[in-house]
Design a protein around this ligand. Sequence first.
Ligand code: NAD
Ligand code: WQD
Length: 339
Amino acid sequence: MTILVTGGLGYIGSHTVTELLHNGFEVIIVDDLSNSERFILENIEKITGKKPIFYPFDLKRKELLTQLFDAHQIDGCINFAAFKAVGESQVKPLDYYENNLFSLINILQEFKSRNISNFIFSSSCTVYGQADEMPIDEHTPLKTPESSYGKTKQMGEEILKDFAQAYRKKVSLLRYFNPIGAHPTALLGELPIGIPNNLVPYVTQTASGIREKLNIWGNDYPTEDGTAVRDYIYVVDLARAHVAALKKLMAEQQDTVIDIYNLGTGKGSSVLEVVEAFETANDVKVPYQICERRAGDITIAYANADKAEKELGWKADTSLEEALRTTWEWQKYLESRTQ
Ligand code: NAD
Ligand code: WQD
């Protein structure tokens, strides 16, 4: 079986490609390197002993995508390619709608015209906004996300539901909570460009001295220690969920399938708990200061991931500390590359 993985050199994509190769799938990657680097391809080969076919182009280039589908028999797609910076999406909304939705539609057009099914979409817990009740299961009402980025995820889901219904296709919408960590070999991980927005890359860069202090955005939330709570899921666990979701889709007998899964650990951790876990796991200090709340932040979000466990036989079982240990190893690897 040959799977097209878009954004396959990115953070979650590269880990998923590795898991797909371990599971005997052939992989074709399309990635325009807008938020990734070529050495990741070599590292995937170092880990798996296999080199996926790689096309470095922008998925908005419809003619190149058509040529790819002409050249290969493709059995399914995992679509990671997207812009993902929440703040940037507020100042460049058109770039986000164009990149995240045109790319998606271009691939779906190829699927439609060639009678291919099995499509997995990277969605996000951002589609729930601040949910009224915890934990968040798949029936929790959706709220219009504040950011244009978040809206591209909600619109992407709607496009895929219509696509599945109208053309009798099988799709899986995977709503990730907060992915963290790196590959246990330290050869794959997140490559934050510029000043990181997300918590764990900022913590990591603070521990290594690249940033002076972590700014903790608010300690007056109605949580146990006053800092906001999220569900941090280890990226390799998340990657494994994609393989499970793909195998399930492929085994489905019906023509039309719309699967939706929350992918998280089921456990919430506060910002301060993440800092402490990082310090314990790596025996390093993370200097921090408490600041005002960050605009647009929610108080608390963690998943009920029982549906994924029941239907996919999948569970995120790596501890927060272990995930944070791999992040630190990855940071040391990145620093060794630049020396
Ligand atoms: P990433 O930026 O590391 O990976 C995305 C990859 O897609 C990059 O390698 C980039 O170069 C590529 N890409 C972007 N636009 C492209 C285009 N038009 N054509 C070809 N390649 C293109 O991001 P990630 O963290 O691995 O996220 C993967 C997916 O998961 C994204 O869709 C993101 O929105 C979603 N997601 C991420 C998180 C998170 O916190 N990381 C949470 C929820 C959902
Ligand atoms: C986590 C917590 C911050 C940085 C974002 C997107 C969401 C999804 C995941 C893709 C919050 C606090 C952070 C810092 C801090 N992405 N924090 N100091 O906000 O849950 O979600 O990434 O779909 O759509 O919005 O993740 O890592 O930015 O923040 O105190 O320097 O850490 O306030 O409480 P978030 P995050």
